[in-house]
Design a binder for this molecule. Sequence first.
Ligand code: NAI
Ligand code: MG
Length: 726
Amino acid sequence: MKKILVLPGDGIGRDVCDAALPVFDLLQLPVELHFGDIGWECWRRGGDPVPEETWRQIERSDAVLLGAITSKGKLEAEQELIPELQGKGLKYVSPVIQLRQRLELFANVRPARHLTGARKPFHCVVIRENTEGLYAGMDRKGIPASMSDWVRHPNIDRSGPDEAAISVRLQTRFGLERLFRYAFDYARDNGLDRVTFADKPNVLRDSGQFAADIFHAIAAGYPGIGADIQNVDAVALWLVRRPESFGVIVAENMYGDILSDLAAGVMGGLGVAPSANVGNRVCYFEPVHGSAPAMAGKDKANPAAMFLSIALLLRHLGFDEAAARIDAAVSQTIRAGRALTYDLGGNAGTAEMARAILQALRRPQALKRASILCIGDELLNGSVVNSNAAEIGKRLSAAGYAVGLQLSSPDQLPAIRAALDQCLGQSDLVVVNGGLGPTSDDLTRDGVAAALGLPLHFDAGSMAHIEQRLTGFGLAVNPQNRRQAMFPEGAAILPNANGTAPGFALDWQDRRILVLPGPPRECLPMLDASLPPAPARQDAPVRRWLLLGVIEADIADAVETCLRDAGQEAAVSYLWRYPHVEVSIRHDDDGEPAWLDAVETLLRPHLVSRDGASAVSQLASALAGRAWLLDSGITGADLGGLLPAPAAGDADPVRIRIDASRELAPPWQGVLSLSCQIDNGGQRNSYRLDVPHRGAEVADYVREFFAWSLLRSLNEAYSHTESEPA
Ligand code: NAI
Ligand code: MG
């Protein structure tokens, strides 16, 4: 049984602890949680932000989970002490510093993992030295005479030694060896193949050389891991532009401090950045953010950084699988784009986002995400309608993919590269389409190769096929055609039965990229042949209702009230497609959701179908074999055409009368009242609907209303029992 000491601390530290700690109940690990005090209240009431009892608890635990701690300036700290403690010369020392010193936590570890968004995925980590370097504490104003033969500078002569200050960057063999060893071990244990030491050896020449020699000596013990030394300023630049090029970045205290916040920013901000402080004894884990007092207790703070910090803690205790599940649940929640806090662009609160993460942990999503990238100037200027995007989208959805992004790019190398990066950042499968022709404006293969950093190779087999096809049609082979036989290294070539340009498939990290030619009759069969089998669909169940005669906004309000009252997680979407509104609700729990009855009761009076079928499309089969007599008072809407041929013999015909309050003609304004009476062997029904008299398209509304009325009348049960047409 491992003992975890939880110190929620101050401000939002408490909020995110409350929200995230239920993850331990869910994971059922052999760990026990203990709780202790730390932070501002401890200082105010006891004169030390880390009470002695807390130190004893720390010594007895295997790891510490910290929320956040409020620190304030010297003066304020003294003023806020309770009166009994004032004037006793108590000095506030930041708990974070106390913990680092007393527990000898020599490394601060800040992983930065790509969560979602328009950039190439990355996973790097900044490991910062925590005890020496420029923050070693040798920092003073005034230069004593004893140092004056070493601390020399023309500006000291100008200001005088008392009007100067110095800070010493301390580096020791002991400190550097354990830091670098830890960095390489971390790379090895976390599947990272590069360790970069960010320093400034060309300026800080002696200390830089000293550290570099130690770095190289340690690196020699890890032959499988690349080791390099880069200037810290260049690392900052490349961390912003290409975080995916880094693995472990290791640095002395101040450089590491700055780079680790930069990495947190690249990752998506304070709300998502976790950290670990490690040494050889008890280690502690905390979100990078502070106590954000203005937000405390307001159900606003993003709990993701706390979840990810718990994952780091669990990995440290050897629960790798549980840690990976938490990481995946956070990613899944953020990618799903629902239930996110304000800092991630959402409008959910701490509790709601935490619930969504816990739900994702219970129900990991096997659903794969796909994006579609169509390339060609003609798609953007409108000279060609992008039917491929729609067709490919349909096929991907049918195959079980969730299509999350569609992009169109002009035939420009930088645009293609950027668009592909964007797709890779948020999809498991990217289907690239178009721009594989032989001319110089066909840049797709170059763009894909450049985005992935792969060289292009010529494939003789494909060239032979291209030549054969062209000469078979009596066409000359142009030297330009050679371009169509160039493929990025490692690509699997996809044959094209209906055209010259072969496509190709590439695996990159855990993503798959399919690159297909543009003409629909070439690319669609190629897609069908090469679409990777979709994973078994574990998609959350979706319920749908196609409705008539309702206003989207009104129905949305009512549906959401039902869901809120049931207090269950479900995502609603509304699609208005004249004349219908379709409501879909995706819910995470198997079985009968608690809100279902209420929503059914609400929607049933407006229901047309549960599978998206219009009333018009259902009418023929519902009327088959029946005799009917139509008496229409409406001109300009061909209602007879909706009815099947009359059945033989008119023994007991269904008599239908439909009217409208006005002509289906301009002026298009005001209300059109529709009525339909149906006399069906003694049973009489009448239906009414008022619709906006908005334009010629009201004829569609009239037809749908007519069909819907008939359906409801023929199937008396239609509007209130389970036997509606599906
Ligand atoms: P902070 O990290 O507490 O807040 C800065 C801003 O970042 C907030 O106003 C908010 O806009 C945003 N933010 C932070 N965490 C967030 C989250 N989980 N979700 C959404 N947005 C979030 O830093 P600040 O304001 O500099 O310091 C406030 C207090 O926290 C101070 O007393 C400071 O000493 C302390 N602090 C403690 C740390 C620790 O416990 N290790 C680290 C940093 C600051
Ligand atoms: Mg910092």
